[in-house]
Design a protein around this ligand. Structure first.
Ligand code: NAD
Ligand code: UD1
Length: 366
């Protein structure tokens, strides 16, 4: 295992909030696999385990992080903490020489947020505010924030570029919480020039690590398309309901910009490098997508090809709040980050299937 300290000096560290979750865990493993670039950094994860599986109450690390340590043969630091716990967070900043923060921790179920708005505003907005206060207290001003294409609301034009208005036509407390956090960060950057915030607006992350040992592990019945298709293919669910085939799209079903989660993770690694650029500061929003949209029926066919399994489906009515199509303008990410998504739709489906078929119940082995 790699040593955690370097002589008497504290090594620089990257703090990852929500790092035990789906996108966080793929980013953590991507950082650890970048031997040459980040070998000098400690990776510190804070997660309250509200959406991450722990094998037993006395386990020191959740399953996703245990698997990552096993795959990379490296250690990472883990704190089972809620980001609203300012004292707990302060201890983390005292224990490590935090250089920058990647902030994933949030509640993310759109439907649930409509039923539990206070819980969502508490976790996502109060949580982010607390994290920012603690960062400021310890003089840490570099932040990468997990935002979402949901901040654009109903598209006024496609592809969606970063100049498209945000905050209009948002239909859920979850979407509004992402938008409000961006606004809070913009105000902060205006008030104090020390801050450097990169808000990455993800399109639709899917797929899994190539090992098939970490992946998306939704609790209960999945809300999102790809995990639902995967669970139908493995036989956990009977059939997919396709929400509407009367949209103005090529085949009438909804079109989205699906992006492989490892490409997304690599976008974060590139974003960290921007902090080192001379004169870089303030608030920057950057789309992370592929720039290509696929319909629901195209996703079903691609998954059937990749898995060799049938995915039975039936067409039902539209899901309320859904839009017909969205996909990203990715030119800013190319220009600013020097990054582009390289994994294909086939890779997304094959990697999802590898994870799903090896772990039919996700991280829970039974
Ligand atoms: P996830 O639920 O798998 O991961 C989030 C992690 O944060 C979980 O491990 C959870 O236990 C933890 N967490 C939640 N609230 C916390 C709190 N108050 N304190 C500490 N830890 C907390 O979700 P994900 O899909 O990996 O999403 C990560 C981020 O990306 C979220 O901010 C989400 O809003 C954003 N995002 C996700 C998607 C997507 O489709 N998955 C799309 C756009 C944006
Ligand atoms: C969801 C979130 C959105 C988030 C985005 C990012 C909702 C309502 N919205 O949107 O806030 O930013 O993920 O990942 O959850 N579909 C079906 N049957 C299903 C599931 C989905 O036909 O069982 C269709 C949907 O109608 C849509 C497409 O598949 O056309 C993708 O759906 P989903 O994976 O939920 O993503 P988004 O709708 O983009």
């Amino acid at each position: 295992m790699t040593p955690l300290t370097n002589g008497d000096t504290m090594r620089p560290a990257i703090l990852v909030t929500g790092g035990a979750g789906y996108i966080g865990s793929h980013t953590v493993i991507t950082l650890l696999e970048r031997e040459e670039e980040y070998s000098n950094y400690d990776i510190v994860v804070v997660d309250n385990l509200s959406n991450a599986y722990n094998r037993a109450p006395n386990e020191k690390k959740p399953e996703s992080l245990r698997v990552i340590e096993d795959l990379t043969n490296k250690n990472l630091h883990f704190y089972p903490l809620d980001i609203r716990d300012a004292e707990g967070l302060s201890r983390v900043f005292e224990n490590h020489n935090i250089d920058c923060v990647i902030h994933f921790a949030a509640l993310k179920a759109v439907g649930e947020s409509v039923d539990k708005p206070l819980e969502y505003y508490q976790a996502n907005i109060t949580g982010t505010g607390t994290l920012l206060e603690v960062m400021r207290k310890y003089g840490v001003y570099k932040l990468i924030y997990s935002s979402s294409c949901t901040v654009y609301g109903e598209p006024e034009r496609l592809p969606l570029d970063e100049g498209h208005p945000t905050g209009r036509t948002l239909t859920s407390p979850y979407g509004r919480s992402k938008y409000f956090c961006e606004e809070m960060m913009k105000d902060l950057c205006t008030s104090d020039k020390n801050w450097m915030v990169i808000s990455l607006r993800y399109f639709n992350p899917v797929g899994a690590h190539i090992s098939g040992r970490i992946g998306e592990d939704p609790s209960g019945i999945p809300n999102n398309l790809m995990p639902y298709i995967a669970q139908v293919a493995i036989g956990r669910l009977n059939e997919l309901k396709v929400f509407g085939n009367d949209y103005k799209t090529s085949d009438g079903t909804g079109v989205r910009d699906y992006i492989h989660v490892v490409d997304l993770a690599e976008g974060h690694v590139k974003a960290i490098k921007l902090f080192q650029q001379h004169g870089f500061g303030g608030f920057h929003a950057i789309n992370l997508g592929t720039g290509t949209g696929y319909s629901v029926l195209e996703m079903i066919s691609a998954f059937e090809r990749a898995s060799g399994r049938k995915v039975p489906y039936k067409i039902v009515g539209r899901r309320s709040g859904d839009i017909a199509a969205n996909y990203a303008d990715v030119s800013l990410s190319h220009r600013l980050l020097g990054w582009r998504a390289i994994r294909t739709l086939d890779d997304m489906c094959k990697d999802t299937w590898r994870w799903q078929s090896a772990n039919p119940n996700g991280f829970k082995k039974v």
